[in-house]
Write a protein that binds this ligand. Structure first.
Ligand code: HEC
Length: 135
C-alpha cells in the first residue's frame, strides 16, 4: 500500500473518531445565565407542594424534549440539532435556583421562553423545584 493512501486512511479515521467522541450534533452546550440571575432568591425552595405543582407542569410542557427523568432524551429532542442537556449532571446541579429560573423564563434558541406561556412566577419556581429533584 502506498504511503499516501495509508495517510489518507488515518486522516479519515481521526476525523471520524473526533466526531464520534465529541458527539458533534448533540454536544452539550454551555449556557451561562447573566450574573444578576444568580442571586435571585427562590421563594419556595424545597416545598413539597411546589414540587408537586412543578411535576404536573413538567409533564405538560417539558417532558417532550427533556424526557421523563430530565436526561434530555424526550421524543422531540431527537428532532433538534442541539442537546437539551441533562438535568441530573453535577454541572447542571451546580447552578443556583436563580440561574435555572432565568433560563426557563427567558429561553434560548430551541428552548422556549416560558415567561409568557407560564406567566405565574410561582409556577416557574415550581418547575425549578421539581427539576432539581431529578436524579
Ligand atoms: C422544544 C424542546 C424543549 C422544550 C419543550 C423545553 N425545553 Fe428546555 N431546553 C431545550 C433546549 C434545546 C435546551 C438547550 C438550549 C441551548 O443551550 O441552546 C434547553 C435548556 C433548558 C435549561 C437549561 C439547561 C442547562 O444546562 O442549564 C433549562 C433549565 C430548561 N431547558 C428547562 C425547561 C423547562 C422547565 C421546560 C418546560 C417548562 C422546558 N425546558 C421545555 C429544549 C426544550
Amino acid at each position: 500500500m502506498k504511503i499516501q493512501s495509508i495517510t489518507r486512511m488515518l486522516t479519515v479515521a481521526a476525523v471520524c473518531s473526533f466526531f464520534a467522541i465529541s458527539g458533534y450534533a448533540q454536544k452539550p452546550v454551555v449556557w451561562v445565565a447573566p450574573a444578576d440571575a444568580k442571586t435571585v432568591k427562590n421563594p419556595s425552595a424545597g416545598s413539597a407542594e411546589s414540587i408537586a405543582t412543578g411535576k404536573d407542569l413538567y409533564a405538560k410542557s417539558c417532558k417532550s424534549c427533556h424526557g421523563v427523568k430530565g436526561l434530555g432524551d424526550g421524543p422531540k429532542a431527537a428532532t433538534l440539532d442541539v442537546s437539551c442537556n441533562d438535568f441530573t449532571t453535577k454541572e447542571f446541579k451546580a447552578q443556583t435556583d436563580g440561574e435555572i429560573f432565568y433560563k426557563l423564563s427567558n429561553g434560548k434558541d430551541k428552548m422556549p421562553a416560558y415567561k409568557k406561556s407560564i406567566p405565574s412566577d410561582s409556577d416557574r419556581w415550581a418547575l425549578v423545584n421539581y427539576i432539581k429533584t431529578l436524579k
